[in-house]
Design a protein around this ligand. Structure first.
Ligand code: IFM
Length: 452
């Protein structure tokens, strides 16, 4: 398998998120989040797992930064818990909450690791959920207040900012499918939430510029690529709906200042669009950003399916291999996605802000964790990323998901995405074989495969 060398200054990192690793869910003045509330409801999470302790990163952060240094990564992407910083979501900040992030950033910088901060990775303050959450247009203002405070407190020391992580997931898994907090099941609400998330993103970018914060700001979108299951026109149209729903519903307003018309009309025909878009909203949403963050894990093959309201489509299985999540492995989809984004949006700067795979990792008799499947997955995706760069994509960096095994939302601790194994009973960390491999990738600024 060939060696691929990346451009000089390519940013290599790993990623995590607050609720998935921090624990300390009610310590040092932290307020309750919707994920605290949701995970405590019996039946919502596999094995009734919660993020109450998770990887106990709140207490072990110094040792975890040492681990990052040991891996040699140049960047660490993590998120802030909004209710740790503002226990009620708005009002008085919690000094100990912001101090935790200052200490973390200080330690990172001390080790020569650049922090990349996600402002919202799903742990919304429960106090504000009680006032309607993201479905309430006031959420835009709440988010802006929170981000302004954070920019003022941390702005000097953070070079890369992400407003939202995967707003599609927040809107549709949280408010339509209901498998994520806050567990609602209403499509109209989900569309409204999506709009408020977009608008809050735009407001945060405007605040960032107005405050003159140094560094770059962007947003991270989850993007699977969609392919038609057959040549039939109805499957092509269904594929277009899937692609517009997952990718363009968010990327078009941000990068073009408009909702994708094909799907917008579809939703209008189904009487799902309410008057949530107000004059000036789209101008705010498309305030220029510095980069687009892309989370890529899988692709989907789509067929028309009239029974599946309201998009009238379904994903059909193919013979491609799958990860432990059941997600099909299709690295070529990453290439197609990056090329499409480059063409559609005029060559924006892109970071892959997440990519990785869950496998059923086990500690062997030597106390080591061999995960050749993960190395193979990562290599194949990096190979496609490299090919995209050669073909003109402005790809500036890659953040592997994830630094360590963690709380995988509705799956609890049953899925392991880390390049570091976590023994949850003892909180011991073991660098997996993929971690040792990634260390070489970063050190050599090039990726290479292994035979599995
Ligand atoms: O664990 C999640 C992360 O929080 C958001 N992106 C996808 C990951 C794997 O499911």
């Amino acid at each position: 398998m060939g060696r691929k060398t990346f451009p000089k200054d390519f940013s290599w990192g790993v990623a995590t998120a607050s609720y998935q690793i921090e624990g300390a869910w009610e310590e040092d003045g932290k307020g309750e989040s919707i994920w605290d509330r949701f995970s405590h409801i019996p039946g919502r999470i596999a094995n009734q797992d919660t993020g109450d302790i998770a990887c106990d990163h709140y207490h072990l952060f110094a040792q975890d930064v040492d681990l990052l240094a040991q891996l040699g990564v140049k960047w660490y992407r993590f998120s802030l818990s909004w209710p740790r910083v503002f226990p009620d979501g708005i009002g008085s900040p919690n000094p100990k909450g912001i101090q935790f992030y200052k200490d973390l950033i200080h330690k990172l910088l001390d080790k020569g690791i650049q922090p990349a901060v996600t402002l919202y990775h799903w742990d919304f303050p429960q106090k504000l959920q009680d006032r309607g959450g993201w479905a309430n247009r006031e959420s835009v203002e709440w988010f802006e207040q929170y981000t302004r405070y954070v920019f003022q407190e941390l702005g000097d020391s953070v070079p890369l900012w992400i407003t939202h992580n995967e707003p599609w997931v927040v809107a549709f898994l949280g408010h339509w499918v209901g498998v994520h907090a806050p567990g609602m099941k209403d499509f109209i609400t989900a569309l409204q939430v999506a709009h408020h998330l977009l608008l809050s993103h735009g407001k945060a970018v405007q605040a960032f510029r107005e405050l003159g914060v140094k560094g770059e700001i962007g947003i991270t979108l989850n993007m699977a690529y969609h392919y038609p299951g057959t040549d039939a026109p109805e499957d092509f149209e269904a594929t277009k709906r899937a692609q517009e729903h997952v990718i363009h519903w968010f990327a078009d307003p941000i990068l073009k200042g408009e909702y994708p018309s094909f799907l917008y009309q579809w939703f209008q025909q189904k009487d799902l669009v309410r008057d949530f878009v107000q004059p000036g909203d789209l101008e705010t949403i498309c305030t220029p950003i510095d980069f687009l963050g892309v989370n890529y894990y899988t692709s989907h093959t789509i067929r028309h399916s009239p029974a599946d309201w309201p998009l009238e489509l379904k994903t059909i299985p193919t013979s491609r291999p799958r990860t432990e999540m059941g997600w099909e492995i299709y690295p070529e989809g990453l290439y197609d996605l990056l090329m499409t984004l480059t063409k559609e949006y005029g060559g924006p700067k892109i970071y892959i802000t997440e990519n990785g795979a869950a496998w059923n990792d086990l500690i062997d008799v030597r106390g080591e964790v061999e995960d050749p499947n993960r190395i193979d997955y990562l290599y194949r995706h990096l190979e496609q990323a490299h090919k995209a760069i050669e073909d003109g994509v402005h790809l500036a960096g890659y953040f592997l998901w994830s630094l360590m095994d963690n709380f995988e939302w509705a799956y609890g601790f049953t899925k392991r995405f880390g390049i570091v194994y976590v023994d949850y009973a003892t909180q011991k960390r073991i660098i997996k074989k993929s971690g040792h491999w990634y260390k070489q990738v970063v050190a050599q600024n090039s990726c290479f495969g292994i035979t599995v």
